[in-house]
Design a protein around this ligand. Structure first.
Ligand SMILES: [Fe+2]
Length: 286
């Protein structure tokens, strides 16, 4: 019987990739990179064999979708930010059986979900950036399953149920899973015309958003799950949650929703990026 051995909400900002490279951003996101590496270390220590990533950069307009390819290999350039992430090589083994089981379980629970094995269905950077830092040598690599979490026409209720199905399927499988919600906290990117004058790469676009983000982090650290879930729809709406925060909804669905009694541990201190609020948080498990 498989289980969720680690659960986290994580950043995936492109400046992490640039932080590796020579130039004005070199080293700027080292804390976020170190946070990912620590989450990867903890996942391995907890016995994870697979990362399931809830990816707020995979946009879907009907149904829920899982990229359950047997293998992922390619060279990624971001369509959103080709100047930031380009020619990023990647290669991971997939876990097709788990992806298929999640979709099957979700459909049994009334959530129409499709699992795909299509060689040319590649990964988005909500998956690739965390995997670059969490899932790399010298340790043996973990398998990867990516779940679309930029859900444009999907209800909170259905995404919560998908999260529950993810947990149920993992427990029916023989996989130990690190479940990663890949998305920011508030996500109001600076308007293009005033980005530079506000030093946009390193600042938040709305103090209101920052105050709410910081309070959310306190809620997670204090285990105020019920209160957080009550405000989550408004938080996603008024603070421009990335992908409407369907990653976070799925994550809490998998954790047990309002029955979850654990707490969040901040692994990377809150930081602003391009107007948005970012962090890495690991959630305790029973
Ligand atoms: Fe993003």
């Amino acid at each position: 019987m498989g289980k969720i051995v680690l659960a986290a909400k994580v950043t995936h900002v492109p400046t992490m990739v640039m932080s590796e490279q020579d130039g004005p951003l070199k080293g700027a996101r080292q804390a976020a990179i170190d946070g990912h590496a620590e989450i990867g270390r903890r996942a391995r220590e907890a016995g994870a064999d697979t990362f399931v990533i809830l990816d707020t950069h995979w946009l879907v307009n009907a149904a829920y979708h899982i990229n359950a390819n047997h293998r992922f290999k390619g060279m990624f350039t971001s369509h959103e930010f080709p100047q930031f992430i380009k020619d990023l090589p990647y290669e991971y083994e997939g876990n097709a059986a788990l992806g298929d089981l999640i979709a099957e379980t979700a459909r049994e629970n009334g959530v129409y979900t499709l699992s795909h094995q299509v060689d040319s269905l590649d990964l988005e950077y909500g998956t690739l950036v965390p995997m670059r830092y969490m899932n790399r040598g010298p340790e043996p690599a973990l398998k990867v399953v990516s779940v679309a979490a930029m859900c444009t026409v999907h209800s909170l209720e259905q995404s919560r149920k998908l999260g529950e199905a993810i947990r149920e399927a993992i427990e029916k499988s023989d996989s130990n899973v690190a479940l990663i919600a890949s998305g920011s906290l508030s996500h109001q990117i600076w308007p293009n015309d005033i980005y530079a004058e506000n030093n946009g790469t390193f600042t938040i676009s709305s103090k209101f958003n920052e105050v709410v983000d910081r309070r959310v982090l306190e809620m997670w650290q204090n285990g105020e799950t019920e209160l957080f879930l009550q405000m989550l729809p408004d938080y996603a709406k008024y603070c421009d949650g990335e992908g409407d925060m369907h990653d976070t909804i799925m994550l809490f669905g998998a954790l047990g929703w309002d029955r979850y009694t654990g707490t969040g541990e901040v692994i990377t201190e809150y930081f602003p990026s391009s107007g948005t609020g970012q962090t890495n948080v690991v959630f305790s498990l029973d």
